[in-house]
Design a protein around this ligand. Structure first.
Ligand code: SAM
Ligand code: SF4
Length: 334
């Protein structure tokens, strides 16, 4: 079969998919309370795609019109040898941008290499500026190390850094403004994220903890005037600016804002499961295709193109009041 170099990925609803989020690993050096259970079972290594398989997969998506790839996880930068993948993907002709979402723990040492590979933008998660609270939220993380990482990334010359802050009631909802000030002082962007019910977490009721983007905006509005930005994203973010600052302030609102109409993305888990929607379990096993037909680009392209028919119209996180997505965020690739 011929390589589908001219095919683009389009689903049943006319949405063109040109953005891939690839989870490099389900493992992580942190255990954030909203993301993982304390005692996580990680995947056996043979179930996880090799870095070569991931590079091949990236190549297939780019050949099908994907222009942007974001590496995520788990913590992408703790996977051994990940720089090989970063270098290979970043050098892929046709790819406009390779970005990474990270908890920042490895950036103090890795930031220069990422820049050299061609990574120009990073998302770094930061939910608290209090060392003890940061340790409690991440269970194993150290705030000072992440702050060093942010500084190292800026120092290395990464052009745009966006902080991702999940705001949870009675956990860190008093840090909405301090986190914003931290971003503004350093010329960083910041996105506030509504917690999503991915995976069952026994220690608390997620619905009670939900702080909506509306509430976060109201809180910010008490100190700053938020100017709605015309910059649209095909994802769940809405952006604002504050007069006199270059920082973009985003709100990721899977609960209160239905962003599905313009959804341009798919995800691939570290096991090679192609997820067509964050809030649904529809998926296709690309690892089976890669391992059944090693090196067969056409077979992989065909599986990806056919999978588009499964992309659902919209997400439903809850069904009959119960969370319906059972995988954890680290398995999904946030
Ligand atoms: N380890 C990296 C990190 O923390 O940035 C990348 C993976 S993490 C799963 C990606 C993003 O998902 C992070 O910003 C994290 O805060 C967010 N996240 C994790 N679990 C979430 C949940 N249940 N609801 C909303 N966001 C979540
Ligand atoms: Fe790890 Fe990121 Fe999940 Fe926190 S949010 S446990 S850093 S994967």
């Amino acid at each position: 079969m011929q390589s589908k170099s001219q095919t683009i990925l389009e689903d049943r609803f006319g949405r063109v998919v040109d953005y891939l989020r690839l989870s490099v690993t389900d493992r992580c050096d942190f255990r954030c309370v909203y993301c993982m259970a304390e005692d996580m079972q990680f995947l056996p290594r043979q179930q996880v795609l090799t870095l070569e398989e991931m590079a091949f997969l990236g190549q297939a998506f780019v050949s099908l019109g994907v222009r942007r790839i974001r590496l995520t996880g788990g913590e992408p930068l703790v996977r051994r040898g990940v720089m090989t993948l970063v270098n290979q993907l970043a050098a892929q002709p046709g790819l406009d941008e390779l970005t990474i979402t990270t908890n920042g723990s490895q950036l103090a040492t890795m930031a220069p290499a990422l820049l050299e590979a061609g990574v120009r933008r990073l998302n770094i998660s930061l939910d608290s500026l209090h060392p003890q609270r940061f340790a409690a939220i991440t269970r194993t993380g150290k705030l000072s190390r992440v702050l060093e990482g942010i500084e190292a990334a800026q120092h290395a010359g990464i052009e745009r850094i966006k902080l991702n802050s999940v705001i949870v009631r009675d956990l860190n909802d008093d840090e909405i403004l301090p986190l914003l000030d931290f971003a503004l002082e350093r010329g960083l962007d910041i996105s506030y994220i509504e917690e999503m019910p991915l995976g069952q977490i026994d220690c608390r009721d997620r619905r009670g903890g939900l702080v909506t983007s509306e509430e976060v905006r109201e809180c910010i509005g008490e100190r700053y005037s938020l100017l709605a930005s015309t910059e649209a994203s095909a994802g769940p973010s809405r952006y604002y600016r504050i007069a006199g600052s270059d920082s973009r302030i985003g709100f990721i609102s899977p609960h209160s804002h239905n962003f599905c109409d313009s959804c341009n993305r798919v995800r691939v888990t570290c096991e090679g499961r192609l997820l067509l929607c964050l809030g649904n379990e529809h998926s296709v096993d690309l690892r089976a295709v890669i391992r059944r037909y090693p090196g067969d680009m056409a077979a992989l392209q065909e599986a990806i193109v056919n999978a588009m028919a499964l992309k659902p119209e919209r997400h439903y996180f809850y069904h009959d009041d119960k969370p319906q997505v059972l995988r954890f965020m680290n398995a999904t690739g946030g």
